[in-house]
Design a protein around this ligand. Structure first.
Ligand SMILES: [Fe+2]
Length: 396
């Protein structure tokens, strides 16, 4: 998506004969918005329509939790037991019509290939590394990477070591924020990252194997399995603007100011009615009268979920690595009592966190209910012990 790429062999012009040992290859245009959006052109050994067997369709079932009270929430995810693989192990936390947010700690290898046929995905890698094997080639990833997978990408995870992900799935597009790009698409000066920070697939290996290969496709609210008689990574070359890529949260260049910068300065991606932001270690506001932690704010038209990755927020009672706070719409939120005063004179923060703000309300799952601490809503109450013991979280 961010810029033109090419891997493997492609013919001199599009839509002309291209052969592999005399056999005419199958050209596939994989594109968005009809034939007017970004696209890539892939050259296959086999027709990508070739299906040997139709497998089962499994509808996606969501178990909703409707809390008795509308309140700020704190979910502790760290001790979630590993289960499933990189797809079946996604445990849905919250969702609306624009985005689904899941936690994933896979314990099993994917015995099939996967393709999201109805949405884009962002996998934030909290722990672990490995390679995302894709039809566009190998995409290495490591801790701190956002792995951005556009719809239509057939892939399989090849993990190394224990894995922990925060997964976003959306029927919309995951994009570099419009205001970071000039009219030609180049990321401008002043944006918190540049094209060099975006990593496309590194190598393309054309697999010429035959056999029985299940491909699970997310489509129409469920998973449809197809069995094909050739290895799905049969591409000899491709070029275009549509492909999976990684961006490391550690390459996000924080923007700081003399007085406090608002959350949009941390924006990393734009989605359909939501944004994803990265809160990275940085110098804090440097005006002599600055208050380095945020003013209270009422996110009247958005919901704010923050996933805590690492850093010193442990001093804030109850919030730990893997914690998620949810500040739903309609309510003000801000630092707990005493924290603004306590923050004065601080020069830097070492926190690392991922935030997702949605413009429509989020539903909560039964899984989220099981992780809810049930007391966070009370942490602003002047007499609560949380207030006196609270540390400094710079980005509430
Ligand atoms: Fe906020």
């Amino acid at each position: 998506m961010p810029f033109y790429q090419r891997l493997g062999d492609v013919p001199r012009k599009r839509h002309v004969q291209f052969r592999d040992n005399g056999t005419l290859l199958t050209e596939e245009v994989m594109g968005l918005e009809g034939f007017t959006g970004n696209e890539s052109i892939l050259y296959h050994l086999h027709s990508p329509c070739r299906v040997m067997e139709l497998g089962p369709f499994e509808p996606i079932m969501r178990e909703e939790w409707v809390p008795e009270a509308h309140a700020h929430r704190h979910f502790k995810t760290f001790d979630t037991a590993p289960e499933g693989d990189e797809i079946t192990g996604r445990r849905l936390l919250m969702w609306n019509n624009d985005v689904e947010i899941s936690l994933c700690r896979p314990s099993a290898a994917m015995e099939y290939f996967f393709r999201n046929g109805e949405g884009d995905e962002v996998v934030f890698v909290h722990e672990g590394s490995g390679t995302l094997e894709t039809i566009f080639g190998e995409l290495p990833y490591t801790e701190g990477d956002y792995v951005v997978i556009p719809r239509g990408t057939t892939y399989r995870f090849r993990p190394e070591g224990p894995q922990r992900y925060l997964v976003f799935e959306t029927p919309g597009l995951i994009e570099v924020p419009r205001r970071y790009r000039n009219q030609y698409g180049q990321i401008m000066e002043g944006a918190p990252y540049y094209h060099r920070d975006i990593h496309p697939p590194t190598e393309l290996h054309t697999v010429r194997e035959h056999g029985e290969f299940p491909v699970k496709v997310r489509v129409r609210g469920g998973y449809q399995t197809y069995v094909v008689d050739y290895h799905p990574f049969d591409v000899v070359g491709w070029d275009g603007y549509l492909y999976p890529w990684t961006f490391s949260i550690h390459d996000f260049e924080p923007i700081t100011g003399r007085i406090h910068q608002p959350p949009p300065s941390h924006q990393t991606f734009q989605g359909q009615n939501f944004v994803i932001c990265s809160f990275c270690p940085r110098k804090l506001d440097f005006d002599p009268l600055a208050i380095p932690i945020p003013y209270h704010h009422s996110n009247l038209q958005s919901e704010e979920m923050i996933y805590y990755v690492s850093g010193n927020f442990g001093s804030r009672k109850g919030v730990e690595v893997g914690s998620i706070t949810l500040h739903p719409s309609g309510l003000p939120h801000g630092p707990q009592p005493g924290l603004a005063e306590k923050s004065i004179g601080l020069h830097e923060t070492h926190e690392l966190a991922v935030m997702c703000d949605t413009f429509q309300p989020l539903k909560l799952s039964r899984f989220a209910q099981s992780l809810d601490d049930g007391t966070y809503w009370n942490s602003w109450y002047a007499n609560s012990d949380v207030a006196s013991d609270a540390g400094l979280t710079s980005h509430l």
